[in-house]
Design a protein around this ligand. Structure first.
Ligand SMILES: Nc1nc2c(c(=O)[nH]1)N[C@H]1C(S)=C(S)[C@@H](COP(=O)(O)OP(=O)(O)OC[C@H]3O[C@@H](n4cnc5c(=O)[nH]c(N)nc54)[C@H](O)[C@@H]3O)O[C@H]1N2
Ligand SMILES: Nc1nc2c(c(=O)[nH]1)N[C@H]1C(S)=C(S)[C@@H](COP(=O)(O)OP(=O)(O)OC[C@H]3O[C@@H](n4cnc5c(=O)[nH]c(N)nc54)[C@H](O)[C@@H]3O)O[C@H]1N2
Ligand SMILES: [Mo]
Length: 764
């Protein structure tokens, strides 16, 4: 290969790279003011021992055939040829579809996959499964499952009120007080699906601060806002934010500082919410102090502060990845409504701002290239985080969004571009669930814990090994993602593999529409080119775009979006809620009669909270040094661990009480399981809380402290989903509740076992 520098893109940003035949060197895009260090993980992807070198099949499945098997996750693998594995897989797909029906194929395949519009693994798999008969799908995400169901019923369409509401430019120019629940950590906004070329959050927050804006951070962790903004830190007890929000509303109303006009003209349900605020127990600052651990005077002072000037309430996604996670989302919106600020520039409420790089940015004026979808002929679905329930309890009824549904009986699960043995809660339970399948197929470039549970492992290329187009609707740069290195081993593009399978199943022409991968890129680019030409703008043909390597797209002016229009004229621009107004309470939701989700924002005791046996809240938040589990073996991720183990943060006072020193390997445990991690003592965490990021690959072993739990009771690497709880946020949304669970922490009185997660399993 000639050593030419090429542009490429990842979910953590656009970059440039050159390859000399052995080493890949990367640097951020020169136009990026604040690039993410996650980029340093990329070079390791080229040829790591964790890469899947050739198609592999689980020995038990290959030799005994499909069927329920507790050996999944324990068995060895055989290397087979592409032709042999695709023949067997085509036969198995046919068998499952004809014996059990198309809904017996689960194609939820949740996960982030990689940047690139064409080789996007889920897009490819969904198309393949749709043209070959259809599949049970998943709805909503692990990210925002509770908010995705709630927000459209109380405020507006999810994207409209999250991505395209309050912009960073408005914050820099207008906001007086930023009240950030869960913060807006720069590590999080560095990430955006599809990649952004300019990370602008730090600059915007700094500009606001320099103008005199005040930042208030409500979070158990101080680093959730950048140091640059000198935030006031209110270290709240996890899972209690809605109590603080209710007390802020109560205090503002009791002092007569609420916006009665806005509540009358733009909101529905105020009487019910007001009644709840003032009914016993009165939701005042003293009441909330007991629940939240934030002192009453600090709550009253905050209520005073937010009632003056422009106040922006942000709620991080993390708050709703918890039991009753809908409540702080609703509470945040209601608080902004009580202040009368919704729809003002830089003010009101923005769910998720700062959680992802897509939020708060201008939108492109022309559509990005997109891979065409095919309608799924099967109408069977589950809320995405209910996957283990579905596999363990086929035919069982459950409630979701006001209706009763039944779990389908799935026999074949197919994953491309996701890692459920990273993202799902209570991984030992998930292992029991996948044991119920007849067949589990996984496409992945690397031997993740998910691949290690699959019957069929199909090695995928990484983006580095193929040509693609990088684009999102919230970044102006269209990127020619050029192949940088040759494919690893026998790895193939998901598109080519699925195309071969579609041909075997008699649907090859529908799947590929007769196009090569290159022809698809040209076809997809064409709609962007046409839109540019229609506006009389520079509209190079594909070859020229490819030659240039990048193309700057026009963006729409920031008009404040649907909430600004609604504020200006609620009759002409009603919200899509039942009343057309902000639902600070909702008769429709109350009408569902759900015990775990009343018709207004409310404080509800969680079923799981710290107690004597499990005295800590475990916050398992997003990792600063990688995207989820991706490239966990890369330099930046590996460099943040201690002796190859994930790091858990604990307050020095808590550590002292447990006899734990900085650097000690500790055991984090509850009745569901345990994991090991290396302790880091930090004053930046609320006492009684420990924090372990997600993403260290699950590495299960027997637990010497609990041998009766079997061979997978202790993750020796530090994956928090060894201990998290697998239940829905409520029967309204059934969102993922992975962020919080109750644990005990102890010193580990044994020789810590070696971490072997980043290797390939035994293969013959
Ligand atoms: N405890 C706890 N758990 C959580 C969370 C939490 O807060 N706490 N957060 C949740 C959230 S918000 C999310 S979004 C999920 C994330 O969960 P996932 O999105 O499943 O996590 P990733 O590690 O991004 O998984 C992507 C997988 O795709 C693979 N991949 C990349 N490119 C390609 C490709 O081209 N082809 C194929 N076939 N595969 C590819 C990668 O190797 C990787 O295995 O985790 C959730 N889990
Ligand atoms: N570097 C990096 N960035 C990412 C990702 C990644 O994997 N790596 N993943 C991306 C994805 S898919 C998503 S969905 C977003 C998720 O965005 P978020 O869900 O907002 O991200 P988290 O880091 O999980 O949580 C943010 C902070 O919320 C705080 N928190 C936790 N529980 C509570 C609580 O009960 N109350 C309060 N007030 N605060 C609490 C924690 O201290 C945590 O650091 O992040 C995205 N950004
Ligand atoms: Mo997410």
């Amino acid at each position: 290969m000639t050593e030419i520098e090429k542009t490429h893109s990842a979910h953590w940003g656009v970059f440039r790279a050159r390859y000399d035949g052995t080493r890949l060197r990367v640097r951020p895009h020169p136009g990026d003011p604040d690039p993410s260090p996650v980029l340093d993980n990329v070079p390791a992807a080229v040829a790591h021992p964790a890469r899947v070198a050739a198609p592999a099949v689980r020995r038990g499945w290959w030799e005994r055939g499909p069927g329920r098997d507790p050996e999944r996750g324990r068995d060895g693998y055989l290397t087979v040829s592409w032709d042999a594995v695709l023949d067997r897989l085509a036969e198995e797909t046919r068998r499952v579809r004809s014996t059990y029906g198309d809904q017996a194929v689960y194609g939820g395949s949740y996960g982030w996959a990689s940047a690139g519009r064409f080789h996007h693994a889920q897009g490819q798999l969904h198309r393949f499964l749709a043209v070959t008969g259809g599949y049970t799908r998943s709805v909503n995400s692990y990210s925002g499952g509770a908010a995705e169901v709630l927000l459209p019923q109380i405020l507006g369409g999810f994207d409209a009120v999250t991505r395209y509401a309050v912009s960073w430019d408005q914050v820099a120019a207008h906001t007086d007080t930023v009240l950030a629940f869960g913060g807006m950590a720069l590590k999080n906004s560095a990430i955006a699906a599809g990649g952004v070329s300019r990370h602008l959050e730090r600059g915007a927050m700094r500009a606001a601060r320099d103008r005199g804006a005040v930042f208030v951070l409500v979070s158990p962790l101080r680093p959730d806002l950048p140091e640059d903004v000198d935030a006031t830190w209110l270290p709240i007890r996890p899972g209690t934010d809605v109590a603080l929000m209710l007390a802020l509303m109560h205090t503002v109303v009791a002092e007569g500082r609420h916006d009665t006009d806005f509540l009358a003209s733009h909101c529905d349900g105020w009487d019910q919410l007001r009644e709840y605020l003032f009914a016993a127990p009165v939701k005042d600052a003293g009441w909330a102090a007991e629940i939240t651990g934030i002192e009453a005077p600090a709550i009253r002072e905050l209520a005073w502060r937010i009632a003056y000037g422009r106040t922006l309430v942000t709620v991080a996604q993390s708050l709703q990845r918890a039991e009753h996670g809908e409540q702080p989302v609703w509470g945040g919106a209601a608080l902004a409504a009580v202040l009368g600020q919704i729809g003002l520039p830089g003010a009101g409420f923005n769910y998720g701002l700062g959680s992802l790089g897509h939020y708060g940015r201008a939108r492109n004026a022309v559509p990005a290239p997109a891979f065409s979808r095919v309608a799924n002929p099967v109408n069977s679905f589950i809320p995405v985080a209910r996957v283990a329930d579905m596999l363990l309890h086929p035919g069982k009824p459950y409630v979701y969004d006001g209706a009763e549904h039944t779990y389908p009986h799935v026999r074949l699960a197919w994953w491309a571009g996701g890692n459920p043995f990273h993202h799902h809660q209570d991984l030992r339970r998930l292992r029991r669930a996948v044991a119920e399948l007849d067949t589990f197929v996984v496409h992945d470039p690397v031997w993740t814990a998910t691949a290690r549970h699959a019957d069929v492992v199909l090695p995928s290329t990484t983006t580095l090994e193929r040509d693609d187009i990088g684009a999102t609707n919230s970044d102006p740069l269209l990127v020619a993602m050029k192949q940088l290195v040759p494919p690893y081993g026998e790895a193939r593009n998901d598109y080519d593999v699925l195309s071969d399978l579609a041909h075997r199943l008699g649907h090859g022409a529908e799947f590929g529409e007769g196009r090569t991968a290159r022809e698809w890129l040209v076809h997809m680019y064409d709609r962007t080119r046409k839109a540019l030409a229609d506006r009389g703008l520079d509209a190079p043909d594909f070859e020229e775009f490819w030659e240039r390597g990048e193309l700057e797209l026009p963006q729409r002016p920031d008009d404040g979006g649907v909430l600004a229009r609604f504020r200006a004229d609620p009759q002409a621009h009603p919200l899509p809620t039942p009343s057309g107004k902000v639902q600070v309470a909702s008769a429709a939701i109350a009408g569902h009669g759900l015990a775990d989700h009343p018709g207004h924002p409310a404080w509800l005791e969680p079923a799981e909270a710290p107690d004597e046996r499990h005295p800590f809240w475990l916050v398992s938040n997003q990792p600063a040094t990688r995207l989820h589990s991706q490239l966990d073996f890369g330099a930046h991720s590996a460099g943040s661990k201690r002796s190859g183990r994930e790091v858990v943060r604990i307050h020095p006072a808590d550590a002292a009480g447990l006899g734990i020193d900085d650097g000690d390997v500790v055991r984090i445990h509850n009745d569901r399981g345990a994991c090991l991690a290396a302790a880091r003592l930090s004053e930046d965490i609320r006492p009684g809380v420990v924090q372990l990021p997600t993403g260290a690959w699950w590495d299960p072993r027997p637990d010497p402290e609990r041998p009766e739990l079997g061979d997978d009771a202790l993750c020796v690497h530090g994956n928090p989903n060894a201990v998290t709880r697998d239940r829905g946020s409520s029967s309204l949304a059934q969102g993922c509740t992975g962020q919080l669970c109750a644990v005990a922490v102890s010193p580990f009185p044994h020789e810590p076992p070696e971490v072997t997660a980043h290797t390939a399993p035994p293969t013959s």
